[in-house]
Design a protein around this ligand. Structure first.
Ligand SMILES: [Zn+2]
Ligand SMILES: [Zn+2]
Length: 159
């Protein structure tokens, strides 16, 4: 496993992976909030754990999001970061607005989404979301990497 540093989970939380997303991905623990589920789904994308992403969709959405398509997307992207902008929830539904950044081929992409979560059999599930369009940035090999590392793209996130 690669860590940015010892105290940061893949989802960007200032916690060790073992104390953050790992128990959810292992099925040892259920997400207590939509934000926890959302973070664990992001981590699952980073780890290309398509099965977890699939299983945490609301049941009515699973048919249109087959595991192989999730896997294909996760495999074609190099994920960079996640930031949660806003979240709120009540007993049975909730919202998380976030930005996830990733590289796809030589494009730097920002997924800015406001996701809806619902509870099914007492477990949080991702239902759907509204996507705010963000233009992709084309990155050249000698450009500074848009991830903010201050390295050239070719020495950083280049494919
Ligand atoms: Zn995490
Ligand atoms: Zn980079």
């Amino acid at each position: 496993m690669n860590y940015l540093n010892n105290n940061t989970c893949f989802c960007g939380n200032q916690k060790n992976y073992e104390d953050c997303c790992e128990p959810l991905l292992l099925g040892d623990k259920q997400a207590e909030t939509p934000e926890q589920l959302m973070r664990s789904r992001y981590t699952a994308y980073v780890q290309k754990n398509a099965k977890y992403v699939y299983q945490t969709y609301a049941s009515e959405k699973q048919a249109e999001n087959p595991v192989n398509e999730i896997k294909e997307f996760a495999t074609s992207c190099r994920f960079v970061s996640l930031s949660v902008i806003e979240t709120n929830s009540d007993e049975n539904k909730g919202v998380v607005e976030f930005k996830a950044t990733y590289f796809y081929q030589n494009l730097y992409c920002v997924l800015h989404e406001r996701s809806q979560f619902i509870k099914e059999q007492h477990q949080w599930r991702y239902l759907d979301g509204i996507i705010f369009p963000v233009a992709d940035i084309k990155v050249g090999r000698n450009d500074d990497c848009p991830c903010g590392s201050a390295k050239k793209y070719k020495k950083c996130h280049s494919a």
